[in-house]
Ligand binder design. Structure first.
Ligand code: SER
Length: 380
């Protein structure tokens, strides 16, 4: 399946289960002082969870543009160095606002992964919250019972608050979660070291793909947990990782989400991407990743600047420039040339980029020119 088909299969599956498909919220957050950028699919539904607003639907699903480069969820330093963290990524999600809960959410995630996407069952692992005495939180008995119906005991891993209690930020909706991990190692390696020992251990081939969060509390400013008036489901599956698993690749950058921009970067720079850990290969990955964050954020209304969210975007852009300047030996604006490639690729799912492609390319070019001048002067 192509990435587009994989995304569509997710949306079709949840539509069939009674969900309304909604568009992604903008990546830039303007009306929530606790957030600069959308960092999870659930952000746009925060008020429904907290009971501040009544949701128009009981069940929704979507693909959300997310950015994890500031605040509580920040992956920037890993990006490009490894093969599975991103600045911008698409989070596929399904939500229940006071409607279904743990049993249905887990049952459907299993059905989608094993019956529609056909991931072999023996490669899947689930994590379950073990409870936290200090917070007064019990272990997740319902989630555990459901997983025990689906998986053998050695495919269930118990996790503490760090891995299995999801919080949006320092305050806000939160709750215990159950993650699904996939072991993509070759059989020979799998027979030597059982997968459950590698779950949540930063192994590049044993990766989390889906998080099922059961929103039950509001974390208040004083640090206490307040039970919410209703219980909700908030799930998030990283599209880039899912596509990599389904396309049988060892790196997210070898999927059709990134190969288009990498091929154009090869053409422009005259260098070849070899997927290794050299600075040159990292540069290709940094560029392929960062151009997405930069382009979509500008298209959603955030220009690079000297403060706040604009400064974060400027820094991401400059990180990419430093990589091509230093390791691809390319001294002209490069990122701007990738904007139309990306806009075309995402035409069907995020048309806002194609609609503003010329404007975005112009902003990126000006930023690149200014920073290249600075780099050049600095070197002299
Ligand atoms: N909010 C959870 C996460 O971001 C699940 O969507 O992981």
């Amino acid at each position: 399946m192509t990435a587009n088909e994989i995304r569509q299969a997710f949306l079709d599956f949840f539509k069939e289960k009674g969900h309304t498909i909604v568009p992604s919220a903008p990546i830039v957050v303007k009306d929530d002082p606790t957030l600069m950028f959308t960092n999870a699919g659930m952000n746009q539904f925060k008020d429904y969870f907290l009971g501040n607003k009544f949701p128009p639907y009981g069940r929704v699903a979507d693909t959300q543009k997310c950015l994890r480069v500031s605040g509580k969820h920040n992956d920037l330093e890993e990006v490009g160095v490894d093969t599975y963290h991103h600045t911008m990524f698409e989070m596929l999600g399904n939500w229940s606002f006071g409607d279904y809960f743990k049993r249905e959410a887990i049952t459907w995630s299993w059905e989608l992964l094993t019956e529609i996407y056909k991931i072999p069952k023996d490669r899947l692992y689930a994590t379950v919250f073990e409870g936290d005495a200090k917070e007064g939180l019990p272990a997740s008995a319902i989630a555990l019972a459901k997983w025990q119906e689906l998986l053998p005991e050695d495919h269930i891993v118990y996790g503490n608050k760090k891995d299995n209690f999801w919080e949006m930020g320092d305050t806000g909706p939160c709750g215990p979660c159950s993650e699904i991990h996939v072991d993509c190692r070759p059989d020979e390696e799998r027979s030597k070291t059982p997968g459950h020992l590698l779950v949540n251990k930063d192994h590049p081939q044993v990766i989390e793909i889906w998080n099922n969060v059961f929103i039950q509390f509001n974390r208040k400013k004083d640090g206490s947990l307040e039970p919410l008036p209703a219980t909700h489901v908030d799930t998030g599956m990283g599209l880039e990782r899912l596509v990599r698993v389904l396309q049988g690749k060892a790196s997210n950058y070898d999927t059709d989400i990134f190969t288009g921009t990498i091929a154009v970067t090869e053409k422009i720079s005259g260098k070849k991407y070899d997927g290794s850990d050299t600075k040159e290969a990292i540069a290709f990955r940094v560029i392929a990743d960062h151009i997405r964050a930069i382009s979509f954020t500008i298209a959603d209304g955030q220009l690079p600047s000297n403060t706040g969210a604009g400064y974060v975007i400027r820094r991401i852009l400059r990180r990419a420039v430093r990589y091509y300047f230093s390791y691809l030996d390319y001294k002209q604006p490069l990122l701007t040339q990738l904007v139309p490639v990306l806009a075309k690729q995402f035409e069907g799912v995020f048309p806002e980029l194609l609609q503003q492609s010329d404007f975005v390319a112009k902003v990126v070019k000006e930023e690149e020119e200014a920073f290249l001048r600075t780099l050049d002067k600095g070197l002299k």
